[in-house]
Design a protein around this ligand. Structure first.
Ligand code: PLP
Length: 446
């Protein structure tokens, strides 16, 4: 309608006049206006419907406007909008119980934060106080958040401008066979060499100085690299042998994205601390947290934990978490995500890889996939440089959008990360659009 169009124009104008956007040179931006969203779809300013294969920033795990989450937030707002963290509240207690019922092992205590970065900040603070040590080891090709310590722990170009090279952060290489830092040719070799490398880093940095190893059990934004069998078990063993806290960052991979409640379950490993956000409540209200094991909890039974947030365990966010987790259980969403990966996304992406020579590799699990684009399949030269873009990647994105698909693009990769509620038909439709868009972009590049 005319009014809707005018509203969209006004939204755009005011955005450009007053909204300061994340990670961007402000003058170069041309943000798409989203006027409406439902399930796996969003609508743009012109009324075009697009399949959302991004889950926004990989967080609307139950899709847009899920009726159970919307009504839980509405009911909570009508009853009790907010309660400060020092009080007990039924909604928060139930959210913590439900989260603890799904986290592995003895991770039964939950400290709530506002998102993923502050969850990692607090997990590291807990690890430092628990061990009395300071350094934190994390991988290159990782993302842990935008706040001071979280961005320093991060291993991607977003760290560079804020890197103060201190605060005890040290990076190491995780396994990534397609671009192996260890010149490995098999998964088993990659696993063994990656563990030997980590052990050397621990030895040379000094085990007596290292509080924690932080890693994403499946690195997300960095490229959905599924670790080889045995790697996470090996990290667990190294941490045990050297008195190091193992922090698993499940902010993106957790809550069903990988086809398990937590990505660690693919390896049957229990970390000491597990951080979460995003999918815990489909991102309808900001929420994150740290699940804490008994040993670290015991450190703070008599000694105060020196940290807190005004909105820790906000009832509106917790109401959304309760509704999300119950809907996931009732509707067998995690099983559906696993099935989508096994029967549609995995095979469909392999077919695309056979057909399009720009595709170097596809990898993933559940509703968590990456397509690695290369200029040359032999040399594996990326189709866009690390940390940058290219006309070819821009052309693929534009062709997808024109045809009604919103993909998640990062450097030379497209991530296929739709809501876990995406139907088989929608998933097939998205892959068919991508197929046509790749042909179109390739022809236009010649
Ligand atoms: N950790 C991981 C693995 C993430 O993917 C993200 C966000 O993308 C974060 C932490 C940071 O979360 P937030 O943006 O909620 O601070």
């Amino acid at each position: 309608t005319v009014t809707a169009l005018n509203d969209a124009d006004r939204a755009y104008e005011l955005d450009r006049a007053h909204v300061f956007h994340s990670w961007s040179a402000q003058a170069t931006l041309d943000p798409m206006v989203i006027t409406k969203a439902e399930g796996s779809h969003v609508w743009d300013a012109e009324g075009n419907r697009l399949l959302d294969f991004t889950s926004q920033l990989v967080y609307t795990n139950l899709g847009h406007q899920h009726p159970r989450i919307v009504s839980a937030i509405q009911d909570q707002a009508a009853t009790l909008c907010t309660v400060a963290p020092q009080f007990a509240n039924g909604t928060r207690s139930e959210a913590a119980r439900l989260i603890a019922s799904h986290t592995p092992g003895d991770l039964n205590r939950v400290f709530f934060t506002n998102g993923g970065a502050d969850a990692n900040e607090h997990a590291i603070r807990m690890a430092r106080l628990h061990t009395g040590k300071h350094k934190v080891l994390s991988t290159y090709r990782s993302y842990h958040g935008g706040t001071h310590l979280a961005v320093n722990v991060t291993g991607d170009p977003r760290r560079w401008p804020s890197d103060n090279g201190s605060d005890g952060t040290v990076h190491f290489f995780g396994p990534f066979l397609y671009r192996s830092p260890f010149h490995a040719t098999t998964e088993a070799e990659e696993c063994q060499r990656a563990l030997e490398h980590l052990e050397q880093v621990i030895t040379l940095e000094g085990a007596s100085t290292i509080a924690a190893v932080v890693l994403e059990p499946i690195p997300g934004t960095a490229g959905v690299m599924i670790p080889p069998a045995g790697y996470l078990e090996g990290v667990r063993d190294l941490c045990d042998r050297h008195g190091i806290v193992f922090i698993a960052d499940e902010v993106m991979a957790g809550f069903g994205r990988s086809g398990k409640w937590f990505a660690l379950e693919h390896a049957d490993v229990v970390p000491d601390l597990l951080t979460f956000a995003k999918g815990v409540n489909s991102g309808y209200v900001p929420l994150g947290g740290v699940a804490i094991n008994e040993a670290i909890y015991d450190t703070f039974t008599d000694r105060p934990y020196p940290g807190g947030l005004t909105y820790s365990g906000h009832p509106l966010a917790c109401a959304a978490a309760v509704a999300t987790i119950r809907a996931m259980e009732d509707d067998r969403i995690v099983e559906h995500a696993a099935d989508l990966g096994d029967t549609v996304l995995g095979p469909g992406l392999c077919e695309l890889a056979d057909k399009h020579d720009w595709i170097g590799e596809v990898r993933g699990t559940g509703a968590f996939w990456a397509i690695e684009f290369v200029a040359d399949q032999e040399t594996r030269e990326p189709l866009a440089p690390y940390g940058g873009s290219s006309p070819e990647m821009a052309a693929i994105l534009a062709a997808c959008k024109r045809r009604g698909l919103l993909p998640f693009v990062n450097f030379n990769r497209i991530h296929i990360v739709p809501p876990l509620t995406t139907t088989v038909q929608e998933a097939r439709q998205g892959l068919a659009i991508l197929d046509k868009a790749l042909t179109e972009a390739r022809v236009s590049a010649q």
